[in-house]
Design a protein around this ligand. Structure first.
Ligand SMILES: [Zn+2]
Length: 318
């Protein structure tokens, strides 16, 4: 077995970014499997969804968005706390940064550790990391369950539909346009990162997304899903991955096997079906470690630190 480079440290190829207009005033930036983000234009201002990894990266996105609208960003909505999606926040000049109360609590508990951990895992996305302000990105407004923003006549709902990718996942739902921004709860042709996940809850959260009957869905990574059929495929693919991985890991744990042997077996089992998805090799050690924890003795995800990342990687990939 050849030794794999740690996480995405060897992933250095730039991805092409595309600004897609999903409906009048509804924008998504997709990037061939790199993190996606979005923006919604009201009469007077913009709501932006997620912030990219650095202010420099966020400014490049804003320059693209400025070809369509010059309105100020009033609200920046964070789908969850992961550094790769929040550390660019300062570039937006938003009046308010909104997150769920659960996400706020995770930032208090593990925001600093996550920042150091993620910068180590994915140096390409954190190019220009020196533009990130010291400390972590704090929400200025929090909510529990549901919050509605009115952009003139356009209704924008921020919804917590259950735990999945993290404890605090928030989706943005446009009920009139039937467009949903899922954050990392749904991925398409990209491997779900589940190092901080709740495997047992995730499928029900996907059910709650499906129940909204979105006609378009912007996943956390991968192409924007532009028809009901594509949305179904995105939801089904994410569900299958989460369920297959947890079934394999929990069966191994139940049989009393150790993490390393469960890891080997699960990677071999999942690779034929999912190995072509981006960041598969990056995610598997984290995802399987978390699934093993959840199946054994840790109801809540343990905090990843830069040191724990490397120790885990060495233990599983050596
Ligand atoms: Zn994430």
């Amino acid at each position: 077995m050849t030794k794999k480079a740690f996480a995405s440290s060897a992933d250095l190829a730039e991805k092409a970014q595309t600004l897609e207009v999903l409906a009048d005033g509804v924008y998504a930036l997709t990037a061939e499997g790199d993190p996606n983000i979005g923006a919604i234009e009201g009469e007077d201002f913009l709501v932006c969804f997620e912030a990219l990894a650095t202010p420099v990266a966020a400014r490049e996105w804003l320059a693209k968005l400025r070809q369509h609208t010059a309105k100020p960003v009033r609200y920046l909505v964070l789908s969850h706390y992961h550094a790769v999606r929040v550390l660019g926040a300062s570039a937006y000049g938003a009046e308010h940064v909104i997150a769920s109360q659960d996400t706020y609590e995770l930032i208090v508990e593990r925001g600093e550790a996550d920042k150091a951990s993620e910068i180590g895992r994915f140096p390409r996305l954190f190019d220009a990391v020196e533009s990130v302000p010291a400390g972590v990105t704090w929400p200025t407004l929090t909510f529990a369950g549901k919050m509605t923003l009115w952009l003139g006549k356009l209704e924008v709902q921020l919804l917590q539909l259950g735990r999945g990718h993290t404890k605090g996942d928030t989706v943005v739902w446009l009920p009139q346009e039937k467009i949903l921004f899922s954050g990392d709860l749904v991925e398409f042709d990209a491997t779900p990162y589940a190092g901080d996940a709740y495997f047992k809850d995730w499928p029900a959260t996907l059910d709650a997304i499906a129940a909204l009957q979105p006609e378009k869905l912007v996943p956390g990574r991968g192409a924007a899903l532009q028809t009901k059929e594509q949305v179904q495929r995105g939801l089904a693919g994410t569900r299958a991955f989460v369920s297959d991985l947890y079934a394999s890991v929990s069966a191994g744990a139940k049989a009393g096997r150790d993490l390393k042997s469960v890891y080997r077996e699960t990677v071999d089992r999942l690779r034929p079906k999912y190995g072509q998805w981006v960041i598969f090799d990056h995610c598997m050690p984290f995802d399987i470690t978390r699934a093993y924890d959840e199946a054994t003795q840790f109801a809540d995800p343990r905090i990843w630190t830069a040191e724990r990342d490397v120790e885990m990687w060495k233990a599983l990939e050596s």
